[in-house]
Design a protein around this ligand. Structure first.
Ligand code: ZN
Length: 221
């Protein structure tokens, strides 16, 4: 039954179909006792947040369901489940952090692309098993001209970065917490050697405009 519902409401957890948002309150009610319903509701929220209009509609039409879902996911995270990053990303989506919700991995081997704000070079950022560096990605030679990333100190973290870090630390997710300090830190451009904050550049490009406004208004943003 769950597989059928999953296919109906949320194909492969990515694409929203009409009716998905309407099903949210009932799914959240089921999610109190059914992990499957919790995962499905989370997938719908993450999908809705990829679209400005749908994201807004979801918050306006289902404020109670979203608030309860947030609570249920937070409770689940505190049990430190094996698929921790799944719930973490759902919470990020609920906080309006669509870009991180969509992009964040578990830092086992994460790569991000950001444009250097000074020379516009596409800079590859590695955070994880392959190292912690900025580089030029070359199809043949791989990541060349690598520079070490400069992680933010815990004291430097603020806003969403601090919130993400504290959550990961609370739940004993050491690799995730460490990865966040790199993600919120600085990178050096391999071409022009300017140093910039990766999160700023990444958010500027990947955050949908309406959500940027929501974020500016919210206490966390
Ligand atoms: Zn540059």
């Amino acid at each position: 039954m769950w597989l059928e519902l999953w296919t109906m409401l949320c194909i492969e957890g990515e694409t929203l179909v009409p009716g998905s948002l309407a099903a949210l309150p009932r799914l959240v009610a089921l999610a109190r006792s059914e992990t499957q319903a919790l995962e499905m509701a989370g997938a719908i929220v993450r999908s809705a947040m990829t679209d400005d209009h749908q994201g807004e509609r979801m918050f306006v039409e289902n404020p109670d369901a979203i608030a309860e879902l947030r609570e249920l996911v937070d409770q689940r995270l505190q049990t430190r489940p094996a698929d921790y990053i799944w719930g973490f990303r759902t919470l990020l989506a609920i906080e309006g952090q669509f870009h991180w919700s969509a992009a964040l991995g578990d830092f086992s081997d994460d790569f991000y692309e950001v444009a250097c704000p000074h020379c516009s070079l596409n800079v590859t950022i590695a955070i994880g098993g392959y190292g912690y560096y900025s580089a030029c990605r070359d199809w043949d030679a791989g990541d060349v001209d690598r520079r070490d990333l400069r992680p933010a100190s815990v004291a430097e973290l603020h806003g969403m970065g601090r919130w993400m870090y504290d959550l990961a630390v609370r739940d004993g997710q050491d690799r995730l917490a460490e990865g966040i300090t790199y993600l919120m830190g600085r990178a050096e451009c391999p071409r022009c050697a300017s140093v910039f904050r990766m999160a700023d550049e990444y958010a500027a490009v990947n955050l949908p405009p309406m959500l940027s406004v929501r974020l500016a208004r919210s206490k966390i943003g």
